[in-house]
Write a protein that binds this ligand. Structure first.
Ligand code: HEC
Length: 106
């Protein structure tokens, strides 16, 4: 019984965070909070923040890229690149942060 319930939760979690629905279901303001907590030491996360690290792209500049996609970004965040510390982001958190960065798009 217990195992069965876990399986259903897993299925729901996957279903609610795949495809285009992730962008709609994601919580950009929660993502903004997460970004300020975890990313602001290196990235300029919000306008008005003093420069973080000079060679790190600001989230606004990431959002302005013509090929920006919050889905792609969420997947990128689940698999951090070498210069970034390994964040224990859940799929939901990655989706929320991606939605926040997407909200910076002009
Ligand atoms: C320890 C510093 C550091 C922290 C903390 C950090 N990053 Fe980064 N991030 C970098 C650096 C450095 C780059 C540029 C890496 C490169 O060009 O390879 C980067 C690049 C990126 C990029 C752009 C990749 C691209 O396509 O150019 C995104 C998006 C990003 N980080 C998101 C995040 C998010 C979201 C967080 C918080 C969860 C975060 N980063 C936290 C250092 C950091």
């Amino acid at each position: 019984m217990h195992r069965h319930l876990r399986r259903i939760c897993l299925l729901l979690a996957v279903a609610s965070s795949c495809g285009t629905s992730s962008a709609l279901a994601a919580d950009a303001s929660h993502g903004g909070d997460l970004a300020k907590r975890w990313c602001a030491s290196c990235h300029v996360v919000a306008s008005g923040q003093a420069q973080a690290s000079a060679d790190v792209p600001s989230f606004a500049s990431v959002a302005r890229r013509p090929d920006f996609s919050s889905e792609r970004l969420a997947f990128f965040l689940l698999d951090p690149h070498p210069k970034m510390p390994n964040f224990p982001l859940s799929r939901t958190e990655a989706g929320d942060i991606a939605a926040y960065i997407g909200s910076l798009r002009p």
